[in-house]
Design a protein around this ligand. Structure first.
Ligand code: NAD
Length: 461
């Protein structure tokens, strides 16, 4: 049976495309140079969440247990064991993808792929041997990699990226984190839980600057309370490293310059696309693969999805694009969609999650809206859990009351966000949410209360 589709890359874009194509009865080959699972399962979302759980458990046991009537003594953090658990979680999930490939009859080839011509993929295996494969369709899903700062490149020891941050030989006593997007914020929190003195430097005027402004401010307050030094609107001019650590010179317009010394410097200033060698393949000026509305590149029969095409660079957006592209290729009459309503989740404490419009976007677009905001401190379930930090903020259209955006800071935010996402995608209004019975006692009651608050009638405030 001839191969229908060759996929380059086995991350959340590539492996999902492979499974979906196999479900549609297609013969698929997936070429991956490392282990399937991509950054997400190997070096991103999954192992960081595993490490976060260890850090949180340590924080709760060492800093908060007594408040719950639990006396614990001599709590210590075993960094090596934490890293080992994180790697084991990653292994388990990557093995799971291998299993799914076998189950679906997907052929996996290890090697680095290039596209010498449309319809043809050349694979260089780890032993240097080269093979060529043919298929009428090729899907590029090669992802992205850490963006470095040229003035002080990652050396893997003193100046590191997120990959090294997952497997440091020992937990550092101090860390300078450059960038406060998801990676910078998550690692700042994880390491601070373990007693590391963290300084986070963000070039823009807020931490997590992509979030709604009130969320950014809440995050900054929380980080500062936790002892994390936050330097926003700041530029790291230089980082010099020595045997014992790093020294950074930081400038802030209108404020005095400052120097920060730390054992380790984590660079978390975003990612850049990874693209395969493919003569004639059209890239954008920022180096992303250029695709049309069907995810097809300028090379006939060559498609691309995921981080390598830019846009919303999140695993779940990549998987969505993969499914859409494959269905567009193989299901006649299908019009692939682009990701529009994509939730974002950041895993620190409190968690941050959002979907839909931010307040500043509504203002900019001149859309009349009303705001409903409700704090977790007035939610029984949150008080019982001792997790009262944060709020639910909902944005509704002023005229029709349609839900436009949801911004949640607090315990369980990353799970709660799905309810609001369903509300936006189903075009629910404040009246619909008023009429809904939310289970008591749950954190989700904050969504109900925020809806009531938008109309000035919250019950518990
Ligand atoms: P990012 O783009 O989300 O954040 C980078 C931050 O660095 C931005 O706030 C930016 O303003 C700041 N910055 C850039 N240059 C700087 C400089 N020279 N000095 C100080 N600050 C600077 O990128 P990231 O956090 O590195 O994450 C990379 C990718 O991985 C993103 O697409 C992200 O969404 C994804 N990711 C997602 C999750 C999650 O969903 N929980 C977790 C980790 C990573």
């Amino acid at each position: 049976m001839a191969t229908d589709l060759i996929i380059i890359g086995g991350g959340p874009a590539g492996y999902v495309a492979a499974i979906r194509s196999a479900q549609l009865g297609k013969k698929v080959v997936c070429v991956e140079k490392e282990r399937v699972g991509g950054t997400c399962l190997n070096w991103g979302c999954i192992p960081t969440k595993a490490l976060l759980e260890s850090a949180e458990m340590f924080r709760k046991m060492s800093q908060g247990a007594e408040a719950y009537g639990v006396k614990v003594q001599d709590v210590t953090a075993d960094w090596e064991a934490m890293v080992a658990r994180s790697r084991a979680v990653s292994d388990r999930l990557c093995n799971g993808i291998e299993f799914l490939f076998k189950k679906h009859g997907i052929e996996r080839l290890q090697g680095t792929a290039s596209i010498p011509n449309p319809g043809e993929v050349e694979v260089t295996a780890p032993d240097g041997s080269v093979s060529r494969l043919q298929a009428s369709k090729i899907l590029i899903a090669t992802g992205a990699r850490t963006r470095e700062i040229p003035a002080f490149p990652i050396d893997g020891k003193r100046i590191i990226g997120s990959k090294q941050a997952l497997t440091l030989p020992k937990a550092p006593a101090s860390m300078l984190v450059i960038g406060s997007g998801a990676i910078g914020s998550e690692f700042s929190y994880i390491y601070s839980c373990l007693g590391c003195k963290v300084t986070v430097v963000e070039a823009l005027s807020n931490l997590l600057p992509n979030e709604d402004d009130e969320v950014c401010k809440a995050m900054e307050r929380s980080f500062k309370k936790r002892g994390i030094t936050c330097l926003v609107g700041a530029k790291v001019e230089s980082v010099t490293s020595s045997e014992s650590g790093v020294k950074a010179h930081i400038t802030r317009p209108g404020k005095p310059d400052t120097d920060v010394e730390a054992e380790i410097c984590l660079v978390a200033v975003g990612v850049m696309p990874v693209t395969p060698e493919a003569p004639g393949l059209q890239l954008t000026d920022r180096g992303f693969v250029q695709v049309n509305e069907r995810y097809e590149t300028n090379l006939p029969g060559v498609y691309a999805v995921g981080d390598c095409i830019g846009g919303i660079m999140l695993a779940h957006a990549a998987s969505f694009e993969a499914t859409q592209a494959v269905e567009g290729m193989f299901l006649p009459g299908t019009t692939p969609k682009k990701p529009t309503l994509v939730p974002g989740c950041t895993y620190c404490h409190p968690q941050v999650a959002s979907v839909g419009k931010r307040e500043r976007e509504l203002k900019k677009d001149g859309i009349a809206y009303k705001v409903g905001k409700f704090p977790f401190q007035a939610i029984g379930r949150a008080v019982a859990a001792g997790e009262t930090e944060g709020f639910v903020k909902l944005l509704f259209g002023a005229e029709h009351g349609e839900l436009l955006g949801a911004h949640i800071v607090g315990e369980g935010a990353t799970e709660l966000i799905a309810t609001t996402q369903l509300g936006i995608s189903s075009e629910l209004t404040d009246e619909d949410l008023h009429a809904m019975i939310f289970a008591h006692p749950t954190l989700s009651e904050a969504i109900h209360e925020a809806t009531l608050a938008a109309d000035g009638v919250p019950i518990h405030a």
